[in-house]
Design a protein around this ligand. Sequence first.
Ligand code: FAD
Length: 500
Amino acid sequence: MIVPRPLAALLARVYCRTTGSGSSSSSSSGRAFSGVQWFSSLAEPELKVCIVGSGPAGFYTAQHLLKYHKSSVVDIYEKLPVPFGLVRFGVAPDHPEVKNVINAFTQIAHHDRCSFYGNVSVGKDISIEELKQAYHALILTYGAEANRILGIPGENLLGVYSARTFVGWYNGLPENRNLNPELSSETAVILGQGNVALDVARILLSPIDMLKKTDIATHALEALAASKVKRVLLVGRRGPLQVAFTIKELREMINLPGTCPLLNPSDFEGLQQMIKDLPRPRKRLTELMIKAALEKPSEKEAEHRAAATKEWGLQFLRSPVEIVPSNDGKRVAGIRLAVTKLEGSGKSAKAVQTEDVEDLECGLVLSSVGYKSYPIDPSVPFDQQQGIIPNNLGRVLQAPGLYCSGWVKRGPTGVIVTTMNDGFETAVSVLEDVRLGSLNVSASKGGFKDIEALLKQRGVRPVSFSEWEKIDAVEVAKGEKAGKPREKLLGVQEMIKAHP
Ligand code: FAD
């Protein structure tokens, strides 16, 4: 495994101090590993850990603990009967390669010191206090499942959805299965210019023949096949130098069959001179936008554009002020945007609204302005302002024995690899606390045995990993019949019934 440098330094800090050898500046992973072997050869007392949430943060934190503490026992609790969080319900269906991490997570779940308990909603079926009694350490990795709202008039009209809900709908998330989004008009507006916004635009515009080979939910495939949406505009408050999507996603949009970019050349003129000294990823991303907007297309590109029947565009320096209702006041007819100007430059540039406004006609508005976490139990400290659990390197502040990792720890940004590093960082904090004695592991803990009794009293039936594998087999078999990698089961009860 390649250990990223800052993480290797962290490991070295913990393990080299354990061995008393080496300096904390050692950042070679080999060195860290030799320290680990020494550390784990001690007769350590059992460390019973409970992880809440089975997304990337949950699995990567578990992996690190299992690997570096040979007497650790890790139980992962998940509110749905199925594991993997946003890897299953967020990652776009046409990005199957991203979902390969599921193979690594499956290996972790098969570890003889790891167990999965799905269909257990922490904070509802079982309290944090009860889990604290049963485990030495409790690690919260329950993600960021709430929406950030726009806070503008018209937000509740028919045809306005959060990108989170829309993504959940096409990815078969049980709570979003009945969304039935309004797809009967030609123009859709997406508020936001990040990767999730581009995912949503791509799914709205992709040829159905491409989508039907993916694990997209069938109800979404059917609705998208009948969709009238031909034009998707992604609106951002700031300029081209502040977009939050990455080059891979932009390239996919530019090359999307049947679709052509609708970029305003004046947004990009003069930018070439400004990007010379930018960090390479930002420079390359901007160059690609400039090329698409200003350069004469190659013969192949011209053919691609000529064959296009759909289009997508980026609207910069615009901020939504109102969603305009239809005459009957029920549905979206358009969106009013304030023109903004930038104060400052680069990443930290701020958009300030001017008095100018313009209206855009559209029948679908998707807000992709971010996710946020929520508190799951009143006993856990929570920073309402930032929407995260306040912590120091994953240690929940003023709550000994309580840790967090992933999006609930640092906010809803970053890809799976970022979340992996974050999970490792939290695991290192737990191990450090065990070593220093600040996490008390002297008392023996009942772990799942204690929790099982409580769940039974409450009529909650946990789903084990081998039961999930039966659900998985049912989904894959259903998918095979339809020429798809899987056909996801859509209801919690349906999932539970799928394993005898
Ligand atoms: P999550 O993945 O959200 O996992 C949290 C888990 O906790 C869930 O399974 C949830 O059901 C569970 N849970 C919630 N509440 C409770 C409770 N009360 N009790 C028990 N369990 C609970 N990254 C990439 O690298 N590539 C991509 O292509 C990509 N696409 C993305 C697309 C979308 C739409 C989104 C939103 C994100 C995408 N990401 C992608 C980012 C990636 O998904 C995140 O970095 C990662 O999933 C965060 O992991 P997490 O474990 O913190 O949260």
